[in-house]
Design a protein around this ligand. Structure first.
Ligand code: FMN
Length: 350
């Protein structure tokens, strides 16, 4: 009921708020005998960490993960794995002035409507900081997938309206926006700098590709793999749309263009994005997530306080100019969790 748990067999519960003592995750259902150490999780957390990129918030989170349980002598034991990340740089003073005001584009208004009480510091539970726990949990799912030869790689395919013109996987790691088109990455950086200079923010599109996923993963009918992927990505604060394969473009194609012909060697195209009827085809899975611009901006905006009085606010705290590239490891983590869950579910029937 509470919506803090994700997955059926590879089950993850996250807890914690942006400015509380700590946040973390409990992973139940991870198979035993998987090699796992804090360093494996730490490497993924570093990719999400603020300050690792120039476009990022200046909050200096240490993001040190501790494994509290479920691992013995470097291997998972099959019992619940509890992960803890302390909030070491949670300076709540910037947020005092926002205690009674609703920030546009944030969950302040809706959390108060739902619970009648809210932790206003840094967005509380709705903060992007919660995603550190997802990345930590996702890194364990990723290890499970690696054992099966499944790889999950995310990148930036659009930022501030600038789209990539080519996809070169080897170029992704070569620029800080993790963009597969270095020329487009330069133009994106420039656009980002302009937005930042003007006190504004930008949105973008993340693409995640899954290679090595065996055919057959996915369940009929409500737990189709594409349905679970869409939910996983939409659950990330900032994501406003998800596409699989041709996605919205499929609505503009004819059947003869959209269908993927099948030959003796397999599928000849991949407009389906690696899934048919909610079950993996064994082709590359292609998923895109549209991320809205970061709501915290320096520019003055209209809002109201909790009494309904008009207010003008400008958010001068520590925030990103764009959720990209930090959201990429979060998207990857959510995809890893879905694939790991379906892998375990498939093993129960074959
Ligand atoms: C990794 C990550 C970092 C984020 N950082 C910020 C931030 O610094 N400032 C901000 O206003 N929003 C940030 N957000 C976005 C908000 O958390 C999100 O837009 C807000 O909770 C509203 O949710 P919604 O966009 O799903 O409606 C971040 C999101 C993610 C995933």
């Amino acid at each position: 009921m509470s919506g803090n748990t994700f997955g059926v067999l590879f089950k993850v519960t996250t807890f914690g708020e942006s400015h509380g003592k700590a946040l973390g995750a409990v992973i139940d259902g991870c198979p035993p005998n998987l090699d796992l150490g804090e360093a494996d999780i730490q490497a993924e957390l570093y990719r999400r960490k603020p300050g690792a990129h120039k476009a990022s918030t200046s909050r200096k989170e240490e993001d040190r993960v501790e494994i509290l349980s479920g691992v013995f002598e470097g291997k998972t034991t099959g019992t619940p794995i509890a992960l803890l990340i302390h909030n070491t740089d949670a300076d709540s003073r910037d947020y005092e002035q926002l205690r009674d005001v609703f920030r546009p584009g944030q969950g302040d208004f809706t959390y108060l409507k739902k619970y009648g009480i809210r932790d206003h510091r840094g967005g509380g539970r709705a903060s992007g900081r919660e995603t550190a726990a997802r990345v930590a949990a996702g890194s364990i799912a990723r290890k499970l997938l690696a054992r099966e030869g499944i790889e999950v790689v995310g990148c930036t395919v659009e930022l501030g309206g600038i789209a990539i013109e080519r996809y070169s996987r080897t170029d992704i790691a070569g620029n800080r926006l993790l963009c597969p088109d270095p020329g487009a990455a330069k133009r994106m950086e420039q656009k980002l700098e302009e937005a930042r200079g003007g006190g504004d923010s930008l949105g973008g599109i993340v693409e995640v590709r899954v290679t090595g996923c065996p055919a057959g993963l996915g369940e009929p009918v409500f737990d189709k793999i594409d349905a679970d992927l869409a939910k996983a990505l939409m659950s990330i604060g900032t994501v406003k749309g998800v596409e699989i394969g041709a996605g919205f473009e499929a609505a503009r194609m004819k059947g003869s263009e959209c269908n993927d012909p099948i030959g003796p060697g397999g599928f000849k195209t991949n407009h389906a994005g690696g899934t048919l009827a909610g079950i993996a085809t064994g082709q590359e899975m292609i998923i895109r997530a549209a991320c809205k611009p970061i709501p915290s901006i320096d520019l003055e905006q209209e809002t109201v306080d909790v009494q309904g009085n008009p207010q003008k606010i400008s958010i001068r705290g520590r925030h990103d100019a764009c959720v990209i590239p930090r959201v990429i490891p979060v998207c990857e983590a959510m995809v890893c969790l879905v694939i790991a869950d379906h892998l375990l579910r498939q093993r129960t029937i074959r």
